[in-house]
Write a protein that binds this ligand. Structure first.
Ligand SMILES: Nc1ncnc2c1ncn2[C@@H]1O[C@H](COP(=O)(O)OP(=O)(O)OP(=O)(O)O)[C@@H](O)[C@H]1O
Length: 298
């Protein structure tokens, strides 16, 4: 549905997108994962025709991005785009008018989207009386009201408490189950892991790796992660490397990538010469993949 090929964008001499290439198929939730400044918002602004790339190709439904393709896209920006003194329904009415919905479709779509984001009972409440989580859900409703084919959610849970975050995740899962195509940008790895069919890891305006979680796992030289707490870290590293483990640090945690899964008994035998405060085996997660993939490109 969305095809992006060799997109480049620079602000003066600063290259922000460098041959950016990725596709999103219909019905897919694609996660664009990147740290602050990776180029996520710039990419979104180009997709929405708010910004022009210096060169490259970008199409939606095989049509080059233009004013005409705006109707295919719904965007929930990072900062809520809502009128605080207007009610939920009035906000949706305003945006539905911008998209040119007729009276009947508009009325119907306001009800449908308020129901989808679980705010029908707050239809007449002014936005300023809603919680932060509710406002974020309404911000997503604005993106849905004109029945777009592609919905862009730009860091939809940033700044929300965990309960509100769970509500947004549930909402995104529902939209996914309805077959909506979604581009989700986030720097929250567990968010991408939970919600996305495919993930692109973006750094300095380049996709460093892309695929489903299981495809990305194959890029990692390990089957399992071992987190070890010991007062004798140097000795632990020497022992581990002799056994073919790969040493990594995630924050202050001493961690090893194990090329093959081992029984805990076998692991304890390997480290039996040093004191161990704690040891835990974990499956490879997106967090580990992200660090592995981005570390060589810092
Ligand atoms: N109008 C601008 N003029 C100059 N530089 C800009 C402009 N907009 C963005 N940048 C720079 O381009 C880079 C990419 O920014 P962008 O906002 O696309 O990143 P992002 O991945 O969305 O980051 P964040 O998660 O912080 O929103 C950053 O280094 C940013 O400082």
């Amino acid at each position: 549905m969305l095809r992006i090929k060799n997109l480049n964008k620079a602000y003066k001499t600063r290259k922000v997108l460098q041959d950016l290439t990725f596709n999103i198929s219909s019905g897919e939730v694609y996660g664009l994962l990147g740290a602050n400044g990776a180029g996520k918002t710039t990419t979104i602004n180009i997709i929405c025709n708010l910004l022009h790339a210096d060169n490259g190709h970008i199409t939606i439904n095989n049509q080059p991005i233009s004013e005409n393709t705006k109707k295919f896209i719904g965007i929930a920006p990072q900062e809520n785009l809502l009128y605080k003194t207007l009610s939920c329904a009035e906000n949706l009415n305003f945006f539905a008018d911008i998209y040119g919905l007729d009276q009947q479709t508009k009325k119907q779509q306001i009800d449908v989207t308020l129901t989808a984001v679980n705010l029908l009972d707050r239809a007449n409440s002014p936005v300023e009386t809603l919680s932060g989580g509710m406002q974020r859900r309404l911000n997503i409703a604005v993106a849905l009201v004109h029945q777009p084919q592609l919905v862009i959610l730009d860091e939809p849970t940033t700044g929300l408490d965990i309960e509100a975050r769970y509500e947004i995740w549930e909402l995104i899962k529902q939209l996914k189950n309805q077959g909506l195509t979604i581009l989700l940008t986030t720097h929250l790895l567990d968010e991408a892991e939970r919600l996305c069919n495919r993930i692109g890891i973006l750094k300095n305006g380049k996709i460093l790796a892309e695929g489903s979680l299981s495809e990305l796992k194959k890029l990692i030289p390990g089957e399992e992660v071992l987190v070890l707490k010991t007062t004798q870290e140097e000795e632990a590293i020497a022992i581990a490397e002799k056994s073919g483990f790969i040493t990594r640090r995630y924050g202050s945690d001493l961690t090893f990538l194990l090329p093959n899964p081992l029984e805990l008994k076998e692991i304890l035998t390997i480290f039996d010469q040093i004191p161990i405060d704690s040891i835990s085996r974990q499956p490879i997660r997106l967090e580990h993949i992200y660090v592995e993939i981005t570390k060589g490109d810092r």
